[in-house]
Write a protein that binds this ligand. Structure first.
Ligand code: DAT
Ligand code: MG
Length: 153
């Protein structure tokens, strides 16, 4: 197999969980062929969200963003696959659902930027930082999916 594997951090935000969209989001990553390597359902603290969104700390929406992200449960996941950081972002759509094409997750399931239902790492560097912030090494599950040889040549 020649595929170089990458990992990305994906989280269904509190609005996505409340709206019953966890299954739909997992389905899209599964049907693409990506491999789930870690997952947990939790309510994050506001402090944790401030760390997660540290690069946005000077934005006017930062306080509201961290409050909303800690207001209810989140479904946090790490997915693996070739080129997954870039492809995952394409699957999400644009930051603002109003700019997101139908067919993308944000294009299909939400309306406002402040309620855009899903997070996905934007660069490989941020993916590494986010995975380390949300998951401990022992929370990863190692297994070989039976379809691996049919996804990668
Ligand atoms: P993304 O989640 O697409 O990586 P981002 O990192 O720029 O986008 O911002 C993080 C989140 O902050 C985003 O998912 C929703 C919120 N946000 C971004 N821009 C916003 C704005 N102009 N008003 C309100 N919330 C915003
Ligand atoms: Mg971002």
């Amino acid at each position: 197999m020649s595929a170089e594997m990458e990992r990305t951090f994906v989280a269904v935000k509190p609005d996505g969980v409340q709206r019953g969209l966890c299954g739909e989001i997992i389905k899209r990553f599964e049907q693409k062929g990506f491999r789930l390597v870690a997952a947990k359902f939790l309510q994050a603290s506001e402090d944790h969200m401030k760390k997660h969104y540290a690069d946005l700390k000077d934005k006017p929406f930062f306080a509201g963003l961290c409050k909303y992200m800690s207001s209810g449960p989140i479904f946090a996941m790490v997915w693996e696959g070739q080129n997954i950081v870039k492809m995952g972002r394409m699957m999400l759509g644009e930051t603002n659902p109003a700019d997101s094409k139908p067919g993308s997750i944000r294009g299909d399931f939400c309306i406002q930027v402040g309620r855009n239902i899903i997070h996905g790492s934007d660069t490989m560097e941020n993916a590494k930082l986010e995975i380390a912030l949300w998951f401990k090494p022992e929370e990863f599950v190692s297994y070989k999916p039976c379809a691996q040889e049919w996804l990668y040549e």
